[in-house]
Design a protein around this ligand. Structure first.
Ligand code: NDP
Length: 232
């Protein structure tokens, strides 16, 4: 039986990925800031009592990341999916970017936490069969795709995590771990908003397919939901 560890599973894409992997027969370590507050996650524990384990984890808390890794020290983790993320302040145009603390907080969650989580769980991933790390980035973090400007805080946090992913994909090659950046599409969630193009079910299906299809050749790739490559 394959095992996944997913962050930010109480709602949105993370919740749907958890649901689909469980239905597909996976074991899932589902983390969330406050799992007990999510009725959907609790319902999943009733449906999958033997294969779903919930863990409280605020990804901005470095100590909590280490503690969870210690707790799961003997585990073997086939897929680590770094999904938790925030958009931060919206609609802040050039000339109005002044909230440094808000920017740093977005960096802490979107750019730094994925690095700390990869480092904390590298052992468990290295001993698994699949050895894959997928980090939810975003097409708006792409320089090549940026034709509209703005979005300074979120864009820069995803561009930064892309740099983290690229380096980790090189550094972890010797341990057989494949690290990629995943764009989930424009998805109908709290973050994606009501005008988004695809459902969480469609996004999670695409993300699972892209993770399942990963080969050596994909190491360090920035992968769109349809499997094509996004320019850095
Ligand atoms: P949502 O806003 O619906 O959900 C975000 C999730 O991240 C929630 O579970 C939230 O938990 C969690 N989270 C935020 N901060 C923390 C934290 N400090 N610790 C733990 N969990 C945290 O977003 P989506 O599901 O849409 O997005 C998932 C990922 O996909 C993100 O990384 C996002 O940047 C990326 N993405 C999404 C797109 C879209 O169109 N939706 C497009 C491109 C990328 P809580 O309820 O506790 O806040």
């Amino acid at each position: 039986m394959k095992t996944a560890l997913i962050t930010g599973t109480n709602r949105g894409i993370g919740l749907e990925l958890t649901r689909q992997l469980l239905e597909d027969g996976w074991r899932v370590h589902a983390t969330a800031r406050d799992p007990e507050e999510s009725a959907e996650l609790k319902a999943l524990t009733f449906a999958h009592p033997d294969t779903l384990q919930l863990h409280a984890l605020d990804v901005a808390d470095a100590e909590a990341i280490r503690a969870l890794s210690d707790q799961l020290a003997e585990e073997s983790i086939d897929w680590l999916i770094n999904n938790a993320g925030v958009y931060g302040p919206r609609g802040v145009a050039f000339g109005n970017v002044h909230d440094v603390e808000a920017w740093l907080e977005v960096f802490r969650i979107n750019s730094i936490a994925p690095m700390l989580i990869m480092q904390a769980f590298a052992e468990q991933i290295a001993r698994s069969e699949e050895k894959k790390i997928g980090i939810l980035s975003s097409k708006v973090g792409s320089m090549g795709d940026n034709g509209s400007g703005g979005g300074y805080i979120y864009r820069s946090s995803k561009a930064a995590v892309n740099a983290v992913i690229k380096s980790a994909s090189i550094d972890l090659e010797a341990r057989g771990i494949n690290v990629v950046a995943l764009h989930p599409g424009w998805v109908l969630t709290d973050m994606g908003g009501p005008n988004a193009e695809i459902t969480t079910a469609q996004s999670a299906e695409g993300l699972r397919r892209n993770m399942a299809d990963l080969t050596e050749a994909d190491r360090g790739r920035f992968i769109d939901i349809d499997g094509t490559t996004i320019p850095w």
